[in-house]
Design a protein around this ligand. Structure first.
Ligand code: B12
Length: 214
C-alpha cells in the first residue's frame, strides 16, 4: 500500500480531518486511482464499525471518523467529477438515503462514480421522505431512482417508495435501484426493485444496463 494511502487511513482512524483531507489531495496529486482511494477509506470505516460492534469503540468514534472521511471523500468526488468526459449526459439519476437514515458515505460514493461516468445526479441527501423522491423524479425527468439504506429498519422505506410508484401508476417510468449495507439482491427482487449492486463502483454499470433495456 502506498505511503499516502496508509497515512490517509491512519488519519481517519484518529479522526484527524485536516490530515485526512491533505492526504486525499496528495493521493490525487500522486495519480492514485480515485476508486482505490475510496476503497481504502471504506475499509477503514468498516474497521471502525467492527470495533463498534465488538464494543471496543463508541458512537463518538464513528462520528469523528465519518466526519474526517466525509471531507476526504468530497475532495476525491470533486476530482472524479472533473475527470468526467464533457459529453452529453447518459441519463438523470435521483439519489438519496431514505427517510429515518442519515448514513451518507456510501450514497455519496455512488454519486461520485455516477458523475464520473457522465450521469446527471440529483443528490437529495439523507433522511429523504418518499414524497420528495417521487416529486424529484418527476421534476427532473429522471430515468433512474437510486435509494440507499443502511439500517434494517429503514429498508422498509425502499419497499414503500416502490409501492407508491406503483399506486401512482408511474413505476414503469423510472428504474429503481437499491443499495446500502442492509440490502441485498434477494430483498431487491422481493420488493420489485429493478436493480441492486453491493458496491458504488458497480452502480454506473447497473444504470447503463437498465437504460439500454428500455
Ligand atoms: C459510519 C457509520 C455511522 C455514522 C454515519 C455518518 C455518515 N456521515 O454517514 C453515524 C455515527 C452517524 C451512524 C449512526 C448510526 N448508526 Co451507523 N454505522 C456506520 C458504519 C460504521 C459505517 C457505514 C459506512 O459509511 N460504511 C462505508 C460505506 C462506503 O459503505 P455503505 O454505506 O455500505 O455503502 C457501500 C455499499 O453499500 C454501496 N451502496 C450504498 N448505498 C448504495 C445505493 C445504491 C443505489 C447502490 C447501487 C449501492 C449503494 O456502495 C458503497 C460503497 O461501495 C456502519 C457499520 C458498517 N459495517 O457498515 C454502522 C451501521 C450501519 N450503523 C448502525 C447503527 C445501528 C446506527 C445508529 C442507529 C446508532 C445509534 N445507536 O444511534 C445510528 C443511526 C442514525 C440514523 N438514523 O441513520 C448499524 C446498523 C444495524 C442495522 N442492521 O440496522 C451498523 C451496521 C453498525 C452496527 N453493526 O451496529 N453510523
Amino acid at each position: 500500500m502506498s505511503e499516502v494511502i496508509d497515512k490517509l487511513k491512519k488519519a481517519i482512524l484518529i479522526y484527524d480531518r485536516k490530515t485526512a483531507s491533505q492526504m486525499a489531495v496528495k493521493a490525487i496529486e500522486e495519480c492514485i486511482d480515485p476508486g482505490e482511494i475510496l476503497n481504502a477509506m471504506t475499509e477503514t470505516i468498516r474497521e471502525i464499525g467492527n470495533g463498534f460492534e465488538r464494543g471496543e469503540l463508541f458512537l463518538p468514534d464513528l462520528v469523528g471518523a465519518a466526519s474526517a472521511m466525509s471531507e476526504a471523500i468530497a475532495i476525491v468526488e470533486t476530482n472524479l467529477e472533473k475527470s468526467g468526459k464533457k459529453v452529453d449526459k447518459i441519463g438523470t439519476v435521483v439519489l438519496g438515503t431514505v427517510k429515518g437514515d442519515i448514513h451518507d458515505i456510501g450514497k455519496t460514493m455512488v454519486k461520485a462514480f455516477l458523475v464520473a461516468e457522465n450521469f446527471r445526479v440529483i443528490d437529495l441527501g439523507v433522511d429523504v421522505a418518499a414524497e420528495k423522491f417521487i416529486e424529484s423524479i418527476q421534476k427532473y425527468k429522471a430515468e433512474i431512482l437510486a435509494l440507499s439504506a443502511l439500517l434494517t429498519t429503514t429498508v422498509a422505506e425502499q419497499r414503500k417508495i416502490i409501492e407508491i410508484l406503483k399506486e401512482k401508476g408511474i413505476k414503469n417510468k423510472v428504474k429503481v435501484i437499491i443499495g446500502g449495507a442492509a440490502t441485498n439482491q434477494e430483498f431487491a427482487d422481493e420488493i420489485g426493485a429493478d436493480g441492486y449492486e453491493a458496491t458504488a463502483p458497480r452502480a454506473p454499470g447497473l444504470c447503463k444496463r437498465l437504460l439500454t433495456k428500455e
